[in-house]
Design a protein around this ligand. Structure first.
Ligand code: PGA
Length: 256
């Protein structure tokens, strides 16, 4: 068992209007009142950040953005900045999610600029990597993940391992109901930790939390989270329902 504190993230993607988000947050507030052993971060659509921060302010639940621009401000219609997320009350921001990479064409170089900006603004990046199905089938998982880690974190300085979270999310497992097996995930998590050791130092790499994401559900969470190098989960679909999200958090508490 590792000494890293588990971190469970809820990625709401483009679901929930502000009033729906408020209803969910009120339910989470009641359900998560006693959660202390696990870090919990809810990442709603940007327009839901303010109501969530307000509703969850006296709880241990923190809030994160799903994306941001790397510039401080400017003529970038439709974008939000790191300072805006920070000022609204976010502590985290998901960067390089596979939907940003593969639906919106984000490049490693864009993600690298975002990671640096987030860190300098005091936001903890949840930096996502993961291979597509054909890449796994062609035995290219390590090569893909290595490139994403090297390019996404190039030139990034880190002094505290708590300042960065990495999420390994195999694209074929996201929203498909087919999760990676605990063994498949653990193998890649171990490899990512090796890469982080080369990038930073062994000591820092040992402290960085690596989440698994891709069809995490109450039924498979405990098995995944009990792996040595799996330090939490980034949950999409199952985070939308307070019941199932709470069940996953409770699994993490037991494994801790
Ligand atoms: P999923 O999504 O849990 O619905 O597979 C995970 C994610 O995209 O972060």
């Amino acid at each position: 068992m590792s000494t890293r504190r588990s971190i469970i993230g809820g990625n709401w993607k483009m679901f929930k209007t502000p009033s729906e988000a408020a209803t969910t947050a009120k339910a989470l507030k009641v359900k998560l009142i006693n959660v202390e052993a696990v870090d919990v971060v809810v990442c709603p659509p940007a327009i839901d950040v303010l109501p969530l921060v307000e509703i969850l302010k006296e709880t241990n639940v923190t809030i994160g953005g799903q994306n941001m621009h790397w510039e401080d401000e400017g003529a970038f219609t439709g974008e939000v900045s790191a300072a805006m997320l920070r000022d609204a009350g976010c502590s985290y921001v998901i960067l390089g999610h596979s939907e940003r990479r593969h639906v919106f064409g984000e490049q490693d170089s864009d993600i690298n600029k975002k990671v640096k900006k987030a860190l300098s603004a005091g936001l903890t990046p949840i930096f996502c990597v993961g291979e597509k199905l054909d890449e796994r089938e062609h035995g290219r998982t390590r090569e893909v993940v290595k490139k994403q880690v090297a390019a996404g974190l190039a030139g990034v300085q880190l002094s505290d391992p708590a300042d960065l979270v990495v999420a390994y999310e195999p694209v074929w497992a996201i929203g498909t109901g087919v999760n990676a097996t605990p063994e498949q995930a653990e193998e890649v998590h171990q490899y990512i930790r090796e890469l982080l050791g080369e990038q930073f130092s062994r000591g820092l790499a040992d402290g960085i939390r690596i989440q698994y994401g891709g069809s995490v559900k109450p039924a498979n969470a405990a098995e995944l989270l009990s792996q040595e190098n799996i330090d939490g989960a980034l949950v999409g679909g199952a985070s939308l329902d307070p019941e199932s999200f709470t069940a996953i958090i409770k699994s993490a508490e037991k494994v801790n």
